[in-house]
Design a protein around this ligand. Sequence first.
Ligand code: HEM
Length: 492
Amino acid sequence: MDPYKHTPSSAFNSSFFTTNSGTPVWNNNSSLTVGSRGPILLEDYHLIEKLAQFDRERIPERVVHARGASAKGYFEVTHDISNLTCADFLRAPGVQTPLIVRFSTVIHERGSPETLRDPRGFAVKFYTREGNFDLVGNNIPVFFVRDGIKFPDMIHALKPNPKTHVQEPWRIMDHFSHHPESCHMFTFLFDDHGIPLNYRHMEGFGVHTFTLVNRAGKCTYVKFHWKPTCGLKYLSKQEAVVVGGSNHSHATKDLYDSIAAGNYPEWKLFIQTMNPSNEEMFDFDPLDVTKTWPEEMFPLQPVGRMVLNKNIDNFFAENEQLAFCPALIVPGVYYTDDKMLQTRIFSYADTQRHRLGPNYLMLPANAPKCAHHNNHHEGFMNFMHRDEEVNYFPSRFDAVRHAEQVPIPSRPVSGRREKVMLEKENNFAQPGVRYRSWPADRQERFIENWVDALSDSRVTHEIRSVWISYWSQCDKSLGQRIAAQLQSKSNM
Ligand code: HEM
């Protein structure tokens, strides 16, 4: 063995304490002092190193989705879709791919309760033989807004007031009153769906429309859906107070305990597909992230199953340092022109370079499990040992070549430079359909949540009127019922 070879973790096996540089530590209880009562000497290197290391234990938390739980497992193809995609990990029934999943809440801090009304993140990293494929979705099939340029403002409105540090309904009601496209998302968030029982009993959605590309280059639009085999369950508003009051990490604990007990959570993966040549045939734009594709027109087709059968070994390494990114696709899967997806392609790697450093993809949880090679090198905290002398391309001394070209969408893209909304906004039809699909008691709980939010003392008459108008356009009786309940509340 080469004694100079860098082996960071395998040598972490001394039977006695050492400093980071390996010097034996003979006393980890008392600081080095002048006399028995001090003062302490700066030359106590171990003490200084210990404190300095501790002082830097926290890394920046994710700007959104700070609170989360992860687990490992595998994906298994159950149905052949190789006619739609040349993705290697989907090549045939029976093929298994290792993966890691992170479930999360969105708005509040790393230690916040898991019972709050909030979307839940549902991010899956498939370690495929052709690189990592990250399906970074949510438990709600649509999103608040359809253009990523609005994202930072909407997150500011949802986050705590910068002055009081409390999440305040008036800021949310105010902001989204400018965005009628958010109605559909609110029919999930202010519905029972807004507080899942835990992470095991919730659905996941890729949310965006992606493209599947087959070997011949044929493209198909696709939406991804994860369905839990144990069914969907929610907490009522009242139950959430009790559960969150007794354990603010109930969903993290439930996931861990369930896997530890051998009760492995499982989801089935379905897809909806659409021929891109038909994209103009509908009353909604299929690249609009505020819309679902009606299942009677685009039936769910089974593809595979995901089983989570292994807990993570270390929360920091496999949760805090985990980095998902919607830009990480594999041959056979491609983006679409969905404006929200396009902005996400930039944002994740950008924040991760800030949050984890430029070499974050070398961290074990983020690194591909397949062979990989390029000439990107060095930078802060680079811990990859590389022996080669040729770190440039092209070179007659380096046999590494380009990979075989994979098919990508070939449809020409053209147009004027514009900053405009999508033409087919159709903001109110789908939320109306969803509201009418509920039984009376579920409708009533939805209305109650709206009346509560709009009763915030800083919600103005104007903001209330805008929302009543939106909900009336979704469903006439819904707007009337919210207006009537607000009226009777203000008369009390
Ligand atoms: C996390 C930005 C839209 C799902 C994040 C993070 C950022 C971000 C900066 C933190 C990532 C990290 O620190 O590792 C954005 C932007 C969006 C957007 C700019 C719009 C332009 C969405 C949408 C979804 C989504 C539409 C759902 C489809 C998630 C999930 C995570 C996340 C699940 C957590 C990933 C994890 O568990 O580490 N987002 N996001 N985001 N986002 Fe988004």
